[in-house]
Write a protein that binds this ligand. Structure first.
Ligand code: ZN
Length: 1019
């Protein structure tokens, strides 16, 4: 043995990779500098110039509310949008991105009011203009904050010129769009029960309502004495209704029955398990019952649905249980519903109740309460719960409203916007005071007000009409997601867009299906019958237009089509009005009869005024100016309601895509991309707005993403303390890490984020980063390709074929917005095909071959191709790191104001390779690696170079030499055996080359050189 230390050190003859690109990313320090440089060179504008004249791809940004810091939902949403635009730009299209914000509406008003509340200031005392100015300033503050946060996240867009719904131009366009509805008569004033928040004093859109499970809601059974009926036995009996909203009883106007429901007349009887009572006991019990349950002093004959008799009896028993009879030696009193002794009509079919009338329990108050309450046939009445008789308050329920309206009973508007009854309301109005002279009325969502001890139940009890009352009902009840307070249905005069009114055709819009058909087609279809019938039935309404557009538009994932479709199919008319201050006014002039002025000239003056001065221009002082000489101001009133904020955002396609302020954009958009909650929000309002005014949807594709849950799959909330802040992650690990996370999850479903998940993402990031670091090092000093001189080895051809396959898959994934597949393919290729395979095998060639070696040159040529492809593929995902990689290799490009993000999709050569052969070789390589592993573990050998391998001859594809196998396995000598299928490994007895550390037969002694190395170093 020779002494190693005496041997020459060949380290400086080995070509070690050299690069200033560090392994440690340091993204939080580096990213802001990269972002600043993009700003400096105006990268977004440069990209627009570079793509000018190309096919456009328009993703229209849905505006988030400008009312808080960026949260993880914003981050995911914007990363997806950014990646769509970046991949489209990369694929050569012109894909501009104009970000926007929703600035009007309750979310912002609520925040400003919150500040008032803290200062004990009353909002109603602040002049409207002043209040709106504060809302405007508040929104602007958050626009500016979020804009900086989104830039920091690496979102590329027209940040110097975003759209805001509160821009005067936007406000004017929204008004102009509203005027289109007005001028075509596609707007009406009506009253209808709508979701109303007494706390916020406004109507709410469905998207602003959330359902909460309650277990302590009130439930009461109320008796309405029947005064008139074709069925004699019913007169004097009590019709029983059940409700969970006691506060609606003061506005009851009728009772509804199911025509096919079977009803029965029963008698409520006290019941005991030890049933033999003395006459004294009976008398005592009777006295107490009437005392506790005053209704029992009246008729005990009740009308209920047969199927619900037992349920009613059990509620009555619960009420009777409060009657204490223990001193009489008895257990609790029960109530059974028994058949009365006389009368043939014990059973009544629902339809027989027509013509029956009852009186309101509070009829003694007179006035509104004196009128008889008719029994009305309602097909919505079921025997699922309650009593089978439903009390009707047309002010506060949709079914109630429709049925009463059809029978000439109108809403009475008794409940005011703050949830209290009107001052002049007989029962529980301003004059209804308790013994201390204090008002008994409260807001109808007030819990004690509705409780069994509250004024409603007390009065009903006293009137002998309360059969049962408890606070134990479990159901799901709507709440305002903002104030968390209960909401109610309430009738108020509102402005509506009708869903089912026949529309005027939109000039220039695509014709309906029937118009598309030629006369021959129509005749042919008539022979078939069905098709024409369908076409003739198809009325052109907002609903049918929207439904046919939903059919045309592509939804990603496809389930979005059903979701939006079922919502539009069943939705009521669109309530446009809100009784608030911060928003776009409903600029209508109304006559006393509720009709409104349809004069385009007046509308044009209003639009012009708002374009100049914003929404404040809509003021009483300018009424005559707007109306002009043609109309008498005294004949009109100006509407003071503002527009539903969803109408604002529903118009963004108009003032952003069509206005010309952003010449890069065009109408319609290719894609709308938002969270799946926007099926009831922006996707729908934009669809309805555009179908009404333009005859089609403003988009061709709709992409939805799910929501981000915490690591355990729980919904994030501030109160649970499980929110994950993207701002914090950027600060701690970098924006590229959040981006990689967002593009690795299946965003079409709800997905998770947490420390462990982010750690895994960090590992993936390091692998990608190391791949680039390796490429940069290996390509150090590489200038050109190998020229025509050399032949490309088969391994290189094989890797190129893998690259071309990857290229096609990535393009498909990018086109389909399948970003988690995109990211996974990229990471897997870098890990499995490059790091663990190609780079590993070619380490020796790269480090130890001569500078002019054909193999080394061929390898580096392929590395160069890989570099150019991979840095482009990675650019939309790791926007900062890819720029760092690019500028490391091409620092002079930085001086020329270049950027990786200006590049286009790489052109990758289509290279044929014998895939079957290489699949077999890779499989064999894996077996060899597995066989070596135990020896390495037992420290018999230190590296695979020290292994001598025998492989079964049958496993080696034809035409592969033993030397090629050794190269592929990174081992010493490889031999093959014709017997047995095993791979065997032993320790090599060859000497180790002092330069390349391979153990080869031609190394004379340990530390001497092998033939190749000797040639390279010239010894
Ligand atoms: Zn060597």
């Amino acid at each position: 043995m020779t002494d190693d230390t005496a041997k020459r050190d060949y380290k400086d003859t080995v070509f070690l990779p050299k690069t200033p690109f560090p392994m440690k990313a340091g993204l939080p320090q580096k990213e802001p500098g990269i972002e600043a440089r993009w700003r400096e060179i105006d990268l977004y504008r440069k990209l627009r110039e570079a793509r000018a004249g190309r096919e456009k791809f328009i993703l229209h940004d849905g505006p988030p509310y400008a009312n808080g810091d960026m949260h993880i939902g914003h981050a995911l949403n914007h990363i997806l949008k950014d990646t769509v635009c970046r991949t489209q730009n990369l694929m050569g299209k012109d894909a501009p991105y104009v970000p926007g914000w929703d600035c009007h509406g309750l979310p912002i008003e609520w925040k400003v009011e919150e500040q008032y509340r803290k200062k004990k200031k009353n909002k109603d005392e602040v002049p409207a203009k002043e209040f709106r100015a504060e809302c405007r300033a508040y929104a602007q503050k958050w626009v500016d904050t979020q804009r900086e946060q989104l830039k920091r996240l690496g979102i590329m867009g027209d940040w110097d010129n975003p759209y805001l719904t509160m821009d005067f131009q936007a406000e004017a366009t929204i008004v102009a769009e509203l005027c289109k509805f007005a001028e075509s008569g596609n707007l009406y004033r009506g009253s209808k029960p709508i979701m109303w928040s007494p706390v916020e004093k406004t109507a709410l859109a469905e998207a602003e309502v959330e359902y909460e499970d309650l277990t302590d809601s009130p439930q009461i059974d109320v008796a309405f004495e029947i005064t008139e009926s074709p069925i004699e036995e019913l007169v004097g009996a009590h019709a029983v209704i059940w409700t969970t909203t006691p506060w609606t009883i003061p506005v009851n106007q009728a009772l509804a029955y199911g025509p096919d429901v079977e009803y029965e007349i029963v008698e409520a009887c006290p019941y005991f398990s030890n049933a033999y009572l003395t006459p004294e006991q009976s008398a005592a019990i009777e006295k107490r019952l009437v005392e506790h349950l005053p209704w029992m002093s009246g008729s005990r004959r009740l009308l209920v649905a047969k199927d619900l008799g037992e349920a009613v009896a059990s509620r009555l028993t619960k009420a009777a249980a409060a009657v204490d009879v223990s001193d009489l030696g008895l257990e609790k009193v029960g109530i059974v519903l028994d058949y009365p002794g006389t009368g043939p009509n014990l059973y009544v079919k629902g339809f027989e109740l027509a013509g029956t009338k009852a009186r309101h329990p509070m009829h003694h108050l007179g006035g509104f309460y004196a009128a008889p309450r008719p029994f009305l046939e309602g097909d919505f009445v079921t025997t699922d719960s309650g009593t089978g008789l439903v009390h009707m308050a047309p002010d506060h329920g949709e079914d109630d409203f429709d049925l009463c309206k059809a029978n000439g009973l109108n809403p009475v508007f008794a409940v005011m916007d703050d949830g209290r009854y009107r001052d002049d309301w007989l029962w529980l109005g301003a004059d209804d005071k308790d013994e201390d002279g204090k008002e008994r009325r409260r807001s109808v969502i007030n819990k004690p007000f509705n409780s069994p001890e509250g004024p409603i139940c007390s009065d009903l009890r006293e009137a002998g009409a309360l059969l049962s009352a408890s606070a134990d009902y479990a159901h799901s009840y709507p709440h305002s997601w903002r104030s968390k307070a209960k909401v109610i249905y309430r009738c108020t005069p509102q402005w509506f867009v009708p869903m089912d009114k026949e529309l005027e055709p939109v000039p220039g819009a695509k014709p309906s299906a029937l118009h598309d058909m030629s006369l021959e087609d129509i005749e042919a279809a008539a022979k078939d019958g069905a098709a024409l019938g369908q076409a003739q039935d198809e009325r052109d309404t907002l609903r049918t237009r929207a439904m046919s557009e939903i059919d045309r538009v592509e939804f990603i994932p496809p389930k979005g089509e059903n979701r939006l479709g079922s919502m539009v199919e069943g939705r009521p008319d669109w309530v446009l009005s809100r009784q608030r201050a911060w928003g776009v006014p409903i600029t209508l002039f109304v006559r006393p009869d509720g009709t409104y002025l349809q004069d385009p000239e007046v509308n044009a003056r209003v639009v012009a005024a708002i374009a100049e001065a914003g929404v404040d221009a809509w003021e009483e002082a300018r009424k005559a100016e707007f109306l002009g000489d043609a109309h008498n101001p005294d004949e009109f009133e100006m509407v003071t309601d503002i527009l539903d904020v969803w109408f604002d955002s529903g118009c963004t396609h108009s003032f952003v895509l069509e206005s010309g302020r952003w010449p890069d954009l065009q109408w319609p958009a290719n894609l709308y991309l938002e969270g799946s909650d926007q099926h009831r929000g922006w996707f729908q309002s934009s669809l309805l707005q555009s179908c009404s005014t333009r005859g089609r949807a403003p988009y061709d594709q709709v992409l939805t993403h799910g929501f981000t849950m915490d690591a355990k799959g729980k919904k994030m909330s501030k109160s649970l303390g499980n929110t994950v802040s993207p701002l914090k992650i950027m600060e701690q690990t970098g924006a590229d890490i959040i981006r990689l996370w967002a593009l690795s999850v299946d965003f079409t479903e709800d997905h998770r984020i947490g420390d462990e998940i982010l750690k895994g993402v960090g590992d993936q990031y390091r692998r990608l980063r190391n791949t680039f670091r390796y490429l940069l090092g290996a390509l150090d000093g590489f200038v050109g390709d190998m020229g025509d001189g050399g032949e490309i080895p088969e391994l290189e051809l094989y890797v190129l074929s893998l690259l071309s396959e990857l290229d096609a898959k990535l393009k498909k994934a990018a086109t389909e917005y399948d970003f988690n597949t995109y990211t996974r393919l990229l990471v897997d290729f870098c890990n499995e095909d490059l790091s663990a395979f190609f780079f590993d095998i070619r380490k020796d060639t790269l480090y130890c071959d001569g500078d002019d070696s054909t193999a080394r040159n061929a390898y580096r040529t392929v590395l160069d191709l890989l570099f150019h492809a991979l840095v482009r593929y990675a650019a939309p995902v790791l926007v900062f790191t890819s720029e760092e990689v690019w500028q490391t290799r091409y620092p002079q490009d930085g001086e020329r104001e270049g950027s990786v993000h200006l590049l286009e999709w790489p052109s990758v050569p289509a290279v044929p390779a014998d895939r079957a052969k290489w699949d077999a070789l890779r499989a064999l390589r894996e077996r060899v690696t597995e066989a070596i592993e135990p020896l390495r573990r037992e420290k018999v050998i230190r590296s695979s170079n020290e292994a001598v391998v025998t492989v079964p001859a049958s496993a080696v594809p034809e035409g592969v030499t033993d030397e090629q196998l050794a190269e592929l396995f990174i081992t010493g000598t490889v031999t093959r055996s014709s017997e047995g299928g095993e791979v065997t490994v032993t320790k090599s007895s060859d000497n180790k080359c002092g330069r390349c550390w391979r153990l080869l037969p031609d190394v004379a002694a340990d530390g001497d050189l092998c033939g190749r190395c000797a040639e390279v170093v010239g010894e």
